[in-house]
Design a protein around this ligand. Structure first.
Ligand code: GDP
Length: 472
């Protein structure tokens, strides 16, 4: 516990907002490794593309407006995610006209048609590093609704970043190249959407121009996509034939595809909505405790539900009861705080709070156990072998742990089940696993309260896995 000035506490509480926004934020801190091939691709995508300084971008962990619908663009590399995002931004007016003109000019100097993907690779810092492995998030207003467009990397090396992007999303656009069809990352990204519980999904069959806008080929690919998504328990809301490059079926109905009379991409987008709070049950994660002018103040974030002053709460995993004498939403005291709020909590009596504890209502308690079944995606080049020492992080809780059993193991690129006798997990495998922790953890099933049911695994301080909890 530290003695700090109120202003330092405020800074700390602001930090909590970033720190706790998503458990998977840790995934963004992974070392930046890429193969030669990837570097070539990335270099093309960044170094050559002009800077669009007028486009605003949110970093991972930025506190987001919960009323905005956050949409992740996912799919195999080169299937046109950035072009589709860029064209939507340009046509909806999010890119300032002078900047769009810069892009137009740069493209015409190279003798080509305008490459709307340039609108996404807009930042100096990444151009200098010659890599776009981070996710890009851009707020945009389309047809009167606010969205946050999240462009995720499609290359296998950056699967961790794809997960970081996708786990913030309310909905996803799965982009599939009409000529290439379903590829390895299409299957993997679809599996990750299912893994993350993102069930608002639109499929954009892109590059229809490459197959001559052929109706028969579209319906055949549509059937294959439906088979894939059905096997993962996802029902796409729409499957739309588009051409990002030529703007077909994006803002207006395509004249090149008169046989298609259903929604354009923008019409389909207006049907998406921000995810509603998964539960009314109270869950507050304690980040740190400070001593200010003789008062102990805990910096915390409300993960679910609503917390009230002078109302009894339970402190887990200690099973202790507590009454909060004050709630501070800097700079003033408030009677209550709701999901997403970063607050200071004051208690006058014991038990005093500490990092890692979770506050809840006495009548709706989370699970407190040192074992649970989970779905886990393995994110390290080094395969998991039993006996490997791991650290589990769930919100502000941290514990040593082991994977005690691998019941099922799926190769996420083929979606085929693999043998489990050797009890190993390779890069991007998804396992149904039993996790045992060194100390009791406070959790809820992912499907009940997402924030309380997702975790990351680290080995030697490096991220090696991300999981969602199923049951005890
Ligand atoms: P990403 O890796 O999925 O983000 O793909 P990009 O947006 O970078 O696009 C990859 C390549 O496909 C680029 O050369 C684009 O110009 C091209 N592309 C994107 N959309 C279309 C389209 O609708 N038609 C055609 N013919 N090419 C496209």
């Amino acid at each position: 516990m530290f003695a700090v000035e109120p202003v330092a506490l405020f800074c700390r509480i602001c930090f909590v907002a970033r720190d706790l926004q998503y458990a998977y934020t840790a995934a963004s801190r992974v070392p930046r490794i890429c193969a030669k091939l990837t570097q070539c691709k990335i270099r093309r995508k960044t170094a050559e593309r002009p800077l669009i300084a007028g486009v605003r971008r949110y970093r991972i962990g930025h506190k987001l407006d919960m009323s905005i619908t956050k949409i992740a663009f996912v799919g195999h590399i080169d299937h046109g995610k950035s072009t589709l995002c860029g064209r939507l931004l340009a046509e909806s007016g999010a890119v300032p006209p002078d900047k769009l003109e810069d892009v137009r000019q740069a493209c015409s100097e190279e003798g080509g048609v305008i490459d709307y993907a340039f609108c996404m690779d807009a930042f100096c810092e990444e151009r200098e590093k010659l890599m776009t492995i981070d996710i890009t998030q851009i707020p945009v207003r389309i047809a009167g609704k606010n969205y946050l467009v999240i462009d995720t990397p499609g290359h296998a090396e950056f699967i961790r970043n794809m997960i970081t992007g996708a786990c913030q999303a309310d909905a996803a656009i799965l982009v599939v190249d009409a000529a290439e069809g379903i590829r390895e990352q299409t299957r993997r990204h679809a599996a990750i959407l299912s893994f993350l519980g993102i069930n608002q999904c639109i499929v954009a069959i892109n590059k229809m121009d490459r197959i001559g806008y052929n109706e028969h080929d579209f319906y055949e690919l549509k059937r294959n996509v439906e088979e894939l998504t059905a096997s993962l328990g996802i029902t796409p809301l729409h499957i739309i034939p588009v051409s990002a490059m030529h703007g077909e079926n994006l803002m207006t109905r395509s004249k090149a595809m008169p046989w298609y009379n259903d929604n354009t991409l923008v019409e389909a987008l207006t049907g998406l909505h921000a995810t509603e709070e998964s539960s009314k049950d109270l869950r507050v994660a304690i980040q740190d405790v400070y001593s200010i002018n003789g008062r102990k103040i805990a910096a915390a974030r409300v993960e679910a539900g609503c917390v009230h002053q002078e109302v009894k709460v339970m402190v887990e995993p200690d099973h202790a009861e507590l009454c909060l004498s004050d709630i501070i939403k800097y700079p003033q005291s408030v009677k209550s705080a709701k999901s997403g709020d970063c607050i200071g909590l004051v208690t006058d009596r014991e038990p005093f709070l500490r990092r890692g504890q979770i506050l809840c209502n006495p009548d709706s308690r989370p699970h407190v156990t040192n074992h649970f079944w989970a779905n886990l995606i393995w994110l390290s080049e080094t395969p998991f072998k039993s006996g490997m020492s791991l650290t589990l992080k769930l919100l502000t809780q941290e514990s040593g742990c082991c994977i005690a059993q691998i019941k099922q193991r799926t190769d996420s690129s083929t979606l085929e089940d693999e043998a489990t006798e050797d009890q190993i997990l390779c890069l991007s495998d998804i396992g149904h696993v039993l996790i045992e922790t060194d100390k009791p953890l406070v959790w809820d099933p992912f499907k009940h309260i997402q924030e309380m049911g997702r975790f990351v695994l680290e080995s030697d301080g490096k991220l090696v896995g991300a999981g969602t909890i199923l049951e005890a």
